[in-house]
Ligand binder design. Structure first.
Ligand code: ZN
Length: 236
């Protein structure tokens, strides 16, 4: 099992780790700061620095569906580290921080749109959520202003946990129909944006909404009869 350091501190950019197995092109570590693709958030990239100074590029991180192992995927043409060796795992922090800002922003979007989430994606240059809102088309500019006002409140973002039983008793907490919240031994991680949003979530977030920076609702697309896709970019 890999200790998931990003759950304890999303701002940790590197860690010392030991290689516990190598599966094909995937390297499993005893602990990691790399987030694995899930809940629409892209897996982290970066490098593994070996004891001899060699730097091995990680193109993405995944959680293997069958084995449940967290695998750091190594690009073709690069040597793999030896099982049992010590390395330093170093994030591409610039990309990951953009994911954190976008991810937190999507919680704000969730808070202002009244409808179930049917899909979503978080990348470094843009992100989106799809909502089941058949009868209403939100106004792009009004939505931009609404979200920027929440960002400017500089609300605190913090995590907590609830039990599976509590979540079952309060199904309205789960906003997404497409992603089930991460269950770690009957305990589910929750994210609170003070006074704005509360929901189960296993992603990485910033500590204060002001860190998101100004955003623009780039476009709102109709996807099928019911769904509206809301795309967000940074105002930069
Ligand atoms: Zn989240």
């Amino acid at each position: 099992m890999t200790r998931l350091l990003f759950r304890e501190d999303a701002y940790q950019q590197s860690c010392a780790a030991r290689v516990i197995s190598v599966q094909d092109r995937g390297v499993e570590l005893d602990q990691t700061v790399f987030y694995a693709t899930s809940g629409g958030q892209a897996g982290d990239c970066g490098v593994l620095r070996c004891g001899d100074g060699r730097e091995i590029p990680v193109t993405t991180t995944i959680k293997d569906r069958e084995s449940g192992r967290y695998l750091h995927m190594i690009a073709d043409g690069h040597d793999l580290p030896d099982t049992g060796s010590s390395i330093e795992a170093m994030l591409d922090w610039e990309t990951r921080y953009r994911h954190m800002r976008f991810h937190t922003c999507l919680h704000l979007l969730c808070a202002v749109i009244d409808g179930s989430v049917t899909g979503g994606n978080i990348a470094s240059h843009k992100s989106r959520l799809d909502f089941d809102i058949p009868d209403t088309v939100p106004d792009k500019d009004a939505l931009t202003d609404q979200i920027n006002a929440l960002i400017a409140r500089n609300a605190r973002v913090f995590d907590g946990e609830i039990s599976e039983a509590e979540l079952r008793a309060n199904p309205e907490l789960v906003r997404t129909m497409s992603v089930s919240p991460p269950m770690d031994g009957g305990v589910i991680r929750t994210i609170t944006i003070e006074g704005i949003d509360y929901q189960p979530c296993g992603g990485t977030h910033v500590r204060q909404t002001s860190e998101i920076g100004k955003i623009i609702v780039a476009k709102i697309e109709k996807k099928g009869r019911q769904n509206r896709r809301i795309n967000i970019v940074f105002d930069e």
